[in-house]
Design a protein around this ligand. Structure first.
Ligand SMILES: Cc1ncc(COP(=O)(O)O)c(C=O)c1O
Length: 414
């Protein structure tokens, strides 16, 4: 049987076990289609989706604007390489610089690539400063519980040892600062540091926001030596938190930022953005990629940004996010297993009192046909599409209520 004919979950599971390098432990679900905020499995079951392909499918699964843009651009030109101009990249650069407040953009294909570019920019920028007579080193500071991706530079800046240990030695020159610990930041900062890498709201680390004071101190320290503040907005950016970038909630501007996941509505794409000051660190040939910024991805990303603006989706994200958090807090009054509810916009977390329940809740919710995720063992993370409505929140809360009630009953009868 050729692979294209495989339509049954069991056949695909067996084939993948034989043919794929084992990098993912998957839930035994086969999604074959999507519609609005729902995923559909091969038997036609509809699942309410609060994961969005890990924060990717911001406009849901049947966005006309995405479908039409892909159809039109794929019939016109998909990619012709970065040796030549294309008629979609500059328009997207105008949009992403406007929404982030940055001056210049570089386009790649995935989040970790955007991080690699950011790290290279920071090291090269420090090199220029040294040539200009400044004393600045090559070290990076990153944060406890950070996640920046799986390439070598990105894992070097990623906190959890399990991501780095099998691949040692990783890129040297990275040190981790305790989360929101200003004293630790001050102690580890020096003119050896060329960049401080932050997520304004940590994603994989458990939807944890920086404090205003910590972020401001990082900005102040960096300014004192010429080091750069790099804010990774790959998960929190592009409107997920109700503003285009999560750092905009703090009123603090980075020198470099990164966007990816929802940027091109599901088509792989990322952007690294920076100030004019930082951009002078690169000249032609210092960085590049074959696929980055091709006309298909650029056209879709521009269409996504225009749609979010034209439909005032950021206001909607804020409104639904507030409703969602309020409903979760009410749920927490009935279920003491929820110890904290936090988040911004549609990047929301409910912290549970046990890792066992975290895992259990994700599996049980899937049985109720609701897709959620648990990160950092005990944090239920909700990243629904921006087109989520109150009725979808209500369905989610009702399913969570059932799962927590059944779990509590099972604990009592143990
Ligand atoms: C904050 C953050 N940075 C970087 C990445 C890496 O992105 P990618 O998986 O596209 O390489 C992720 C992915 O989850 C992320 O959440």
């Amino acid at each position: 049987m050729i692979l294209a004919e495989m339509t049954k979950l069991e056949e695909i599971q067996a084939a993948e076990a034989r043919l794929l390098i084992h990098t993912y432990d998957r839930f035994p679900v086969l999604f074959v289609a999507g519609e609005d905020v729902h995923l559909i499995d091969e038997q036609g079951n509809r699942y309410l989706d609060l994961l969005s392909g890990i924060g990717v499918n911001a406009l849901g699964y049947s966005s006309k604007v995405i479908q039409e843009t892909i159809a039109q651009q794929s019939c016109t030109l998909i990619n012709a390489s970065n040796y030549y101009f294309n008629d979609k990249m500059a328009g997207l650069a105008e949009r992403v610089t406007r929404i982030t407040g940055m001056d210049r953009a570089y386009f790649g294909n995935s989040g970790c690539e955007a991080i690699e570019c950011a790290l290279k920019l920071a090291r090269a920028h420090a090199g220029i400063l040294r040539e200009e007579g400044k004393q600045i080193g090559t070290k990076f500071l990153a944060l406890e519980q950070s996640f920046h991706g799986r390439t070598f530079g990105a894992i070097s800046a990623t906190y959890k040892e399990k991501y780095r240990a099998p691949f040692e030695p990783v890129v040297p020159g990275f040190e981790f600062v305790n989360f929101n610990d200003i004293e630790d930041l001050r102690a580890k900062f020096s003119n050896e540091v060329c960049g401080i890498l932050l997520e304004a709201i940590q994603g994989e680390g458990g939807v944890r926001p920086l404090t205003q004071e910590f972020f401001a101190e990082a900005r102040k320290l960096a300014d004192s030596t010429g080091a750069l503040i790099i804010v990774d907005e790959i998960q929190a950016g592009m409107g997920r938190t109700g503003k285009w970038c999560a750092y905009q909630h703090f009123g603090i501007k980075p020198d470099i930022t990164t966007l990816a996941k929802p940027l091109a509505g599901g088509i792989p794409m990322s952007a690294t953005l920076c100030t004019n000051e930082v951009a002078r660190a690169f000249h032609a040939g210092m960085h590049g990629t074959t696929f980055g910024g091709g006309p298909l991805a650029c056209a879709v990303a521009s269409a996504v940004i225009d749609f979010i603006e034209n439909e005032n989706l950021l206001d909607h994200v804020n409104e639904i996010g507030e409703y969602f958090q309020a409903q979760l807090r009410k749920l927490a009054e009935r279920h003491s297993c929820i110890v904290e509810v936090r988040g911004k916009g549609l990047m929301i977390a409910a912290d549970l009192d046990s890792a066992e329940l975290g895992k259990h809740a994700v599996t049980e919710m899937l049985k109720h046909h609701v897709v959620i995720n648990c990160t950092s063992d005990t944090t239920l993370r909700f990243l629904p599409p921006y087109i989520f409505e109150r009725v979808h929140v209500d369905t989610t809360i009702a399913a969570l209520d059932k799962v927590f009630t059944a779990y509590a009953e099972a604990q009592v009868s143990k």
